[in-house]
Design a protein around this ligand. Structure first.
Ligand SMILES: *Cc1c(COP(=O)(O)O)cnc(C)c1O
Length: 718
C-alpha cells in the first residue's frame, strides 16, 4: 500500500477498526464515486452522517464515532457487502485485462500525460469552473476504466472556485471557502523518505516552491501543484488560490507554473510521459518545457521541435476569439528572457512560435499549441468548422477544409452521470442479454433493448428521481432558513413552491451572456400563461454561477431571481444556489426537459444535455454544438433557427411555439393508467441514441485510435 495512505490511516483514522479499514483506501480513490455498490457501502454506515458530509466519505469517516464503526465491523451483513466491494475494488486496480491492454499489447509501457487548468471530479475537490473541468475529469475516469496509461497534472486551488450566495435583491455574492485538505481525497506525494515532494521552479523571481499532492482517479493518478506553502514568499503563495483570477502578469505566471512547472513536477517524480495531451491553451507552456529538457540533453533543436510536434495533442474548446489566452509579446519576452535561450531559439523565433496571426505584438497560447502539436482537435463537428475558419491564417493551405484540425466529439462518463436507479433498471433489460453490459456501453445496438422497458417502470423511476431533486432543493432551503435566517423571499425563489406533478424544465450552466439563460423570458405574458396554466402548468429550475468579474452574467441571474420572487410567476420559477457537481447530478436526473439556448456557434459542444439525455431527460436546444449531431428527429427538440430579419420566427418565438404546441401537450397526454406513453417513448429514444454515442467511452476510444496510437507509432518507428 501507498505509504502516505498508511500514514493517513494512522494519523487521521485511528478509530477505524482494522477489519473495515479498507473503507479509508476506498474513500481516497474516486472509483467509489462512479460505483454504486461502493457508494452504498458508505451510505450504509450511517445515512444521516452521509448526507451531513455532503457525500464526502473522507469527512464522514473522520467524524464518525468509534462505537458506530465497531458495530459495523461486527455486523455480518455489512461485512458481506464490504468484502464484496473491496474485492471488486482490488480487482479493478490490479487486474491487467483492460480494453487498452487487449487492443494494444505493449502500449502500456508508454505514458500519456494530460494537462488541464481544471478538473471536475467530485464536489469535494472544487477545482473546476464549468464544462472544461468536467470534460477533463470524465477524460481521466474513462482512461481509468479503459486502462489507458494516463497520468495528469493540474493545480491544487486552495480556495477552489467561488461559492455562490444570492442576496435578497438577487445579486450574486461570491463567497470563498478554504479547502480543508484533511477532509478531501488528496494525499501528499512522498519522496526519498520525506513526507511530501517539494520542488523549486526556477526562472521566476523569486523562485516558486511547489508541494505535490495526488488524487487517485481509479487507476489514473492526478498530480496537483500547491504553492500555498511556507517556503514561498507571500506573493507566490497565493498563485493558485483561485481559478482564473488576477491580472495579465499574474496569469502568465500561473500558466508558466501549470505547463512548464507541471512538466518539471512529472520529471521530479521520475515520470517520463511519451505523449502530451493539452486541454485548452492555458497548458501550452508544457510544450516549451519538453523542448527545453530535450535540448538540454544535447539533442539538436530542429529535431526536438519535430519530435515534440509528433507526440503532442492539443484540444481546443473555445470558439470565441476573446476566449483564447493572449499576452503582450513584450511581457512574454521579459518573463522568458532566461528561458528561451535554453530552447535553442533566439528571441525572434521564440516569439514567432506564439505570434497571434492577427497581431504580431501578441503572444497567443492557442497559436503556440497549434504550432507545436501535430494533432489538433475541436470538440464537435460544428466547432471544427469554426476552429478551422478561425485558425486558417496559421497554416499555408488553399482552403478552409484543408486546415489540419480534426474533431473528437465530447462525451460524458456514463457511470458517473447515470442515476443509479436507471442503472438498476437497465441491468434488468440490457443486462439480461448482455452481462457486463456496462463494459460495452458504447455499443449502440445493445441500447435498442431500452425500448423493451415497460413504460410504467421507467416512469415510476423518473418520478422518484424528480422527487429526490425537489427534496434536495427543499432541504437546502430548510438549512438556509434555520442556520442563516434567510429571507422568506429567498426561500420562495429557491424553489420551495415547486410542484412535483408539473412539467419541469431545467437550465443549469455557467451564467454568461452568450448562453442566454433569459431567452425564455423574451415574452413575459406568454411565458406566464404557460407557467400559470391551471391544468397544464410548467415550471423552470435555474442554476449556475457567473464569473466574479462578469457583471452582465450577474445581472441575468438577478433578473431571473427577481422573477422567481414575484407572485405573478406563481412560484414556478426557481433559482438554485451554488451550482456544482452535486446539484448537477440531481438536476440531470430529475427534471423532464433540459433547455439549451446559446447563441449558435458560440458553444463548442455543451455536455450537460448529454448527461440529461442518458437519464431520459429530453433535450430542447437550438441547433448548435453536439446537438447538431445528436438530434435524430425523435430524441428531443430543435428550436428552429432565428432568421427574424428574413421574416422567419425568432428563436424565442420558436421556443414558445414548441412548448405550446408539442411539448406541453405531449407531457400531459396521459392515458387512463396515468402514464404519458408517447412522452416515455421519446425518453427511451433519447437514452438509446445518446448514451452510447456521447459517452466518454466512445470519446476516449476516438482519442486513442485517432491520436494517441498514431502519436505513439512515431516513437516506435524511431
Ligand atoms: C456538465 C457540467 C457543466 C457543463 O455543462 P454545459 O452544458 O457544457 O454548459 C458545468 N457545470 C457542471 C457542474 C456540470 O456538471
Amino acid at each position: 500500500m501507498d505509504s502516505s495512505l498508511k500514514r493517513i490511516k494512522r494519523e487521521l483514522f485511528p478509530h477505524v477498526p482494522e477489519r473495515i479499514s479498507g473503507l479509508v483506501d476506498l474513500s481516497y480513490n474516486l472509483w467509489w464515486t462512479w460505483t454504486t455498490e461502493a457508494k452504498m457501502l458508505f451510505k450504509q454506515l450511517n445515512r444521516h452522517a452521509w448526507i451531513e458530509s455532503i457525500h464526502n466519505p473522507v469527512r464522514m469517516l473522520r467524524d464518525l464515532p468509534e462505537e458506530l464503526l465497531n458495530a459495523k465491523a461486527e455486523s455480518p451483513q455489512y461485512l458481506r457487502h464490504y468484502d464484496s466491494v473491496i474485492e471488486r475494488f482490488t480487482r479493478y486496480l490490479h487486474s491487467g485485462g483492460t480494453w487498452f491492454s487487449e487492443e494494444y499489447k505493449g502500449g502500456k509501457k508508454y505514458h500519456i500525460a494530460y494537462f488541464s487548468a481544471e478538473y471536475g471530479l467530485h464536489h469535494s475537490l472544487p477545482f473546476y469552473a464549468g464544462g472544461l473541468g468536467f470534460l477533463a475529469g470524465d477524460h481521466l475516469k474513462e482512461s481509468s476504466d479503459l486502462g489507458v496509461p494516463m497520468m495528469a497534472a493540474g493545480f491544487m486551488y486552495g480556495q477552489g472556485y467561488l461559492h455562490q450566495h444570492i442576496r435578497a435583491d438577487g445579486w450574486q455574492e461570491d463567497v470563498t471557502e478554504t479547502l480543508d485538505r484533511e477532509a478531501a481525497p488528496v494525499t501528499r506525494v512522498p519522496v526519498d523518505g520525506t513526507e511530501q515532494v517539494i520542488f523549486k521552479i526556477p526562472f521566476i523571481n523569486p523562485p516558486i516552491h511547489v508541494a505535490v499532492w495526488k488524487v487517485a482517479v481509479g487507476r489514473v493518478p492526478l498530480y496537483l501543484m500547491d504553492t500555498d506553502i511556507a517556503q514561498n514568499d507571500p506573493s507566490n503563495r497565493s498563485i493558485f488560490l483561485r481559478l482564473y483570477t488576477g491580472d495579465t502578469e499574474w496569469r502568465l505566471k500561473q500558466e508558466f507554473v501549470l505547463g512548464a512547472g507541471g512538466c518539471m513536477m512529472l520529471h521530479r517524480l521520475g515520470l517520463e510521459p511519451s505523449i502530451l495531451h493539452l486541454n485548452e491553451g492555458h497548458t501550452a507552456f508544457a510544450l516549451l518545457e519538453r523542448i527545453r529538457r530535450q535540448v538540454g540533453e544535447g539533442e539538436p533543436p530542429e529535431k526536438v521541435l519535430q519530435e515534440v510536434r509528433r507526440t503532442s495533442i492539443f484540444t481546443t474548446h473555445t470558439p470565441v476569439q476573446a476566449g483564447h489566452d493572449r499576452f503582450p509579446s513584450s511581457l512574454v519576452e521579459r518573463f522568458f528572457s532566461d528561458y528561451y535561450p535554453q530552447l535553442g531559439l533566439d528571441r525572434q523565433d521564440f516569439l514567432k512560435l506564439g505570434a497571434d496571426p492577427m497581431n504580431r505584438d501578441v503572444f497567443n497560447m492557442t497559436a503556440l499549441a497549434m504550432r507545436l502539436c501535430d494533432f489538433r482537435n475541436a470538440v464537435s463537428r460544428e466547432h471544427a468548422h469554426v476552429t478551422r475558419r478561425m485558425w486558417r491564417p496559421l497554416f499555408s493551405v488553399n482552403s478552409e477544409a484543408d486546415v489540419p484540425i480534426g474533431h473528437v466529439d465530447n462525451g460524458v462518463h456514463l457511470p458517473t452521470w447515470l442515476a443509479s436507479h436507471i442503472e438498476y433498471l437497465l441491468e434488468g433489460y440490457i443486462g439480461r442479454f448482455h452481462p457486463c453490459w456496462i463494459e460495452y456501453h458504447d455499443s449502440p445496438l445493445m441500447w435498442e433493448l431500452v425500448k423493451e422497458i415497460p413504460e410504467k417502470d421507467l416512469w415510476l423511476i423518473h418520478q422518484s428521481l424528480k422527487r429526490q431533486l425537489f427534496n434536495r432543493i427543499r432541504e437546502y432551503k430548510r438549512w438556509r432558513w434555520t442556520e442563516r435566517r434567510a429571507d422568506p423571499m429567498n426561500i420562495v425563489a429557491g424553489g420551495i413552491l415547486l410542484d412535483p406533478n408539473a412539467l419541469t424544465i431545467g437550465f443549469a450552466r455557467r451564467f454568461t451572456s452568450y448562453k442566454r439563460a433569459d431567452l425564455i423570458f423574451s415574452d413575459l405574458e406568454r411565458l406566464k400563461r404557460m407557467l400559470n396554466s391551471r391544468w397544464r402548468p410548467i415550471q423552470i429550475i435555474f442554476a449556475g454561477k457567473a464569473h466574479p468579474d462578469d457583471q452582465e452574467g450577474k445581472r441575468i441571474i438577478q433578473r431571473i431571481y427577481q422573477y422567481a420572487e414575484r407572485p405573478d410567476f406563481g412560484g414556478r420559477i426557481a433559482f438554485v444556489e451554488d451550482y456544482g457537481e452535486q446539484i448537477a447530478q440531481y438536476l440531470v436526473h430529475g427534471v423532464d426537459v433540459w433547455l439549451n439556448t446559446p447563441v449558435r456557434e458560440l458553444e463548442a459542444s455543451g455536455t450537460s444535455g448529454m448527461k440529461a439525455g442518458m437519464n431520459g431527460v429530453l433535450h430542447l436546444s437550438v441547433p448548435t454544438g453536439w446537438w447538431l449531431e445528436g438530434y435524430d428527429g425523435e430524441n428531443g427538440w430543435v428550436i428552429a433557427d432565428g432568421e427574424k430579419e428574413r421574416g422567419g420566427k425568432s428563436e424565442a418565438e420558436s421556443l414558445y411555439d414548441l412548448l405550446e404546441r408539442e411539448i406541453i401537450p405531449l407531457y400531459y397526454n396521459v392515458s387512463e393508467d396515468g402514464i404519458p406513453h408517447l412522452w416515455i417513448k421519446k425518453m427511451k429514444q433519447a437514452m438509446a441514441s445518446i448514451s452510447p454515442r456521447f459517452s466518454a467511452r466512445r470519446m476516449m476510444k476516438d482519442y486513442v485510435r485517432n491520436y494517441y496510437i498514431p502519436a505513439l507509432s512515431s516513437i516506435k518507428l524511431r
